[in-house]
Design a protein around this ligand. Structure first.
Ligand code: SF4
Ligand code: SF4
Length: 370
């Protein structure tokens, strides 16, 4: 047991201890891999050994019971080894084709009451993989919307694209619940972004009691916060802050420092959609995603407007793009004007931002001063 006698405050154990024996034996010796069918990979080593990986999707927030079931499957087929990918898929690895077939059959036979898959196999090649996302309402303090809930709703409407590999190329979807974007939405094929549209609401009475004012002033990336003395209704004079609202970009950094500057707002908060980013340099250079829908309403628990818009984009891309063309490559080949025509999305002045011009137009730089 690699965790035995572990001292917990020295960081994670070395990854070597977590490798299945066949992976350790063939470390650095892998020759190539193939996708045998949707959700099934085969890696071949120069020693002749092969590893078969079965990838399954996950419903984001999972129960302890679900994790126990995953561990039981890993015990039964994979000598207790299992791995989670960075896109929250679960991968089971075995060392023969026979074991892979039995494992896959078992995984796909496990269903929820009602018949939906517990462990859907897919997410490889020209498909939609698991959606990378951020913490959302459960774990963070600045979200403009939820992350796990929206991702589950969007993944459900894209499920056929997860199970099959019939898109022109891989399509990466990501989601961040505020514009601090710890979900890497800046370079995804389709990115969902929770967006605040109002500046923080300052609670003078609370702020004076809880806030380290120099810290909250320094926390603002746009220098929009200044310290002030204010008079409360009862005549008491207190220390507080004011926000230059023209300069604020609604990032919530100040709220990270001071709980008396909340900016969550039921009407103002919504969801922006960006598209066309990627980190690969195949066909064209890596690119940032661009805003294609400035704001959609925040509609938990199933976010119908967000789901409908994402499906519109994916269907237009699936129908029109050439094989191997990522979404941004397709949009650039046909021209962004035609991207809007083909997807049916309205073009508005909010979408004029262009990262290529960040050096000579104020619209894309934080340096512009009002
Ligand atoms: Fe928090 Fe923003 Fe990250 Fe969401 S994207 S988890 S709100 S910092
Ligand atoms: Fe500054 Fe961001 Fe706070 Fe606005 S929300 S005042 S930009 S830290």
């Amino acid at each position: 047991n690699p965790m035995k006698d572990r001292i917990t405050d020295i960081g994670p154990p070395h990854y070597w201890q977590m490798f299945p024996p066949i992976i350790r034996r063939n470390y650095g010796k892998w020759l190539y891999h193939e996708i045998l069918e949707p959700g099934v990979l085969m890696h071949v080593s120069e020693t002749g050994e092969k590893v078969y990986t079965v990838r399954v999707g996950q419903p984001r927030l999972v129960t302890a019971e679900n994790i126990r079931e995953i561990c039981d499957i890993a015990d039964k087929y994979c000598d207790g080894y299992v791995r989670w990918t960075t896109r929250n898929a679960v991968e089971f690895m075995v060392d023969s084709e026979e074991k892979m077939k039995a494992l896959k059959e078992d995984l796909e036979s496990r269903k929820h009451v009602g018949g939906s898959y517990k462990f859907p196999v897919g997410g490889t090649g020209a498909s939609i993989t698991g959606i990378v996302h951020t913490q959302g309402w459960f774990h963070c303090h600045t979200p403009a919307t939820d992350a796990s809930g929206m991702v589950k709703a969007v993944h459900d409407v894209l499920f056929d694209y997860f199970k099959n590999m019939n898109l022109p190329a891989k399509l990466r979807v990501s989601m961040a619940c505020c514009l601090n974007m710890c979900g890497a939405v800046h370079c995804s094929d389709i990115a969902l972004l929770g967006y605040h549209r109002k500046p923080p609401m300052i609670d003078d009475e609370v702020l004076d009691k809880v806030c380290e004012i120099p810290l909250v002033v320094a926390a603002c990336p746009l220098g929009a916060i200044r310290p002030v003395k204010v008079e409360l209704e009862d005549g008491t004079k207190v220390n507080s802050v004011r926000v230059n609202e023209q300069r604020c970009m609604f990032c919530g950094n100040c709220y990270t420092m001071c709980m008396a500057t909340p900016l969550a707002d039921k009407e103002g908060d919504g969801v922006s959609i960006l598209a066309g980013g990627k980190i690969s340099n195949r066909i064209s250079h890596p690119k940032f995603s661009k805003v294609v829908v400035p704001i959609l309403p925040n509609e938990p628990p199933r976010w119908p407007s967000v789901c409908k818009t994402v499906v519109q984009i994916v269907e237009a891309y699936a129908k029109d793009a050439r094989k191997y063309e990522r979404l941004g490559d397709w949009a650039e080949r046909i021209g962004w004007e035609r991207f809007f025509e083909k997807t049916g999305l309205p073009f508005t002045w909010h979408i004029l931002d262009d990262y290529r011009l960040a050096y000579d137009t104020y619209r894309t730089t934080t340096q512009f001063k009002f």
